[in-house]
Ligand binder design. Structure first.
Ligand SMILES: C[S@@+](CC[C@H](N)C(=O)[O-])C[C@H]1O[C@@H](n2cnc3c(N)ncnc32)[C@H](O)[C@@H]1O
Length: 225
C-alpha cells in the first residue's frame, strides 16, 4: 500500500480537494464555535486541531481567542499552514506539530480544553490506529473537555459507491484512503469513554475535481466522562 502521508503531501501540491484550497473554516469548526457560545463555554484555552491540514480552521480558532495546537503528518500541509500564520499574524497563538494522529501525541495528560477533528479521523482505516487515536484523545483532554468529530458519511456523493463492506474507500483521483461512517457507528466508537452531546447529518453541494454532487457529513460533539 502506498504511504498515505506521501499521498497527502501530493494532494496539498495539486489542491484537488476543498480542504486543500479553501480559506473559509469548515462547517465542523462553525458548529463547534456555535455550540460553545450557546453553552457559555469560554472561547479561549488550549485547542488541539487534529489533522489540521493547511490551517483554514486553526487560523479561525486562533482569531477567536484559542491557543491552537495543530497536528498533521503532511509536511506540505504544514508549510501552507505556516504561510497562513505568517499572513494572519497569529504567530503567538498557533503551534504546529509534524506528527501522526495515530501515534502517541506529544502533549502531557489533560492538557487541552477542546479537541477538534476536521475530517482527519475518518482517514484512519486501520482499527489499531483508531484505537490509539481514541486513547490519546482521552489522555490529553481535560476532565469534562469537549471533542468534535467531523467525518464523511456513508452516503457521501461520489465516494459512497467506492466503499467496501466496512466503509473503506480509496479516492479515485488522489488515492488517499478513508472510512465512511453512519451516525450510530461514529457515536458507538467513541462511547462509553465519551458521551455524545449532539450529532447531525449535514448535506451540502460539493464540487470536487470538477464533479458536482451532494456531500454528506456527520458532525458529532462529545464530552469526556
Ligand atoms: C481532508 S484533510 C482535512 C484538513 C483540515 N482538517 C481541514 O479541514 O481543512 C485530512 C488531513 O488529515 C491529515 N492526516 C491524514 N492521516 C493522518 C495521520 N495519520 N496523522 C496526521 N495527519 C493525518 C492529512 O494530511 C490532511 O491534512
Amino acid at each position: 500500500m502506498t504511504n498515505q502521508k506521501e499521498l497527502w503531501d501530493a494532494e496539498y501540491l495539486s489542491k484537488g480537494l476543498p480542504t486543500s484550497y479553501r480559506n473559509e473554516p469548515s462547517r465542523g469548526a462553525l458548529v463547534l464555535v456555535e455550540f460553545l457560545k450557546r453553552k457559555n463555554i469560554p472561547i479561549s484555552g488550549k485547542l488541539l486541531d487534529l489533522g489540521c491540514g493547511a490551517g483554514r480552521n486553526g487560523v479561525y480558532f486562533a482569531r477567536l481567542g484559542f491557543e491552537v495546537y495543530g497536528m498533521d503528518n503532511s509536511e506540505n500541509a504544514l508549510q501552507q499552514f505556516r504561510e497562513r500564520i505568517e499572513a494572519s499574524g497569529m504567530h503567538d497563538r498557533i503551534k504546529l506539530f509534524g506528527k501522526s494522529i495515530s501515534e502517541r501525541f506529544p502533549f502531557p495528560d489533560r492538557y487541552f480544553d477542546i479537541e477538534f477533528d476536521g475530517i482527519a479521523f475518518c482517514h484512519l482505516t486501520e482499527n489499531k490506529d483508531r484505537e490509539i487515536f481514541k486513547k490519546e484523545l482521552l489522555r490529553v483532554l481535560k476532565h469534562s473537555g469537549y471533542f468534535l468529530s467531523y467525518v464523511l458519511a456513508k452516503d457521501y456523493g461520489n465516494i459512497s459507491k467506492l466503499q467496501d463492506e466496512n466503509g473503506i474507500y480509496t479516492n479515485s483521483v488522489n488515492k488517499t484512503m478513508g472510512k465512511l461512517y453512519s451516525e450510530g457507528e461514529l457515536i458507538e466508537f467513541f462511547s462509553p469513554e465519551f458521551e455524545c452531546i449532539s450529532s447531525e447529518n449535514i448535506k451540502k453541494e460539493e464540487v470536487i475535481h470538477g464533479e458536482k454532487f451532494l456531500g454528506s457529513l456527520i458532525v458529532a460533539i462529545f464530552q469526556k466522562k
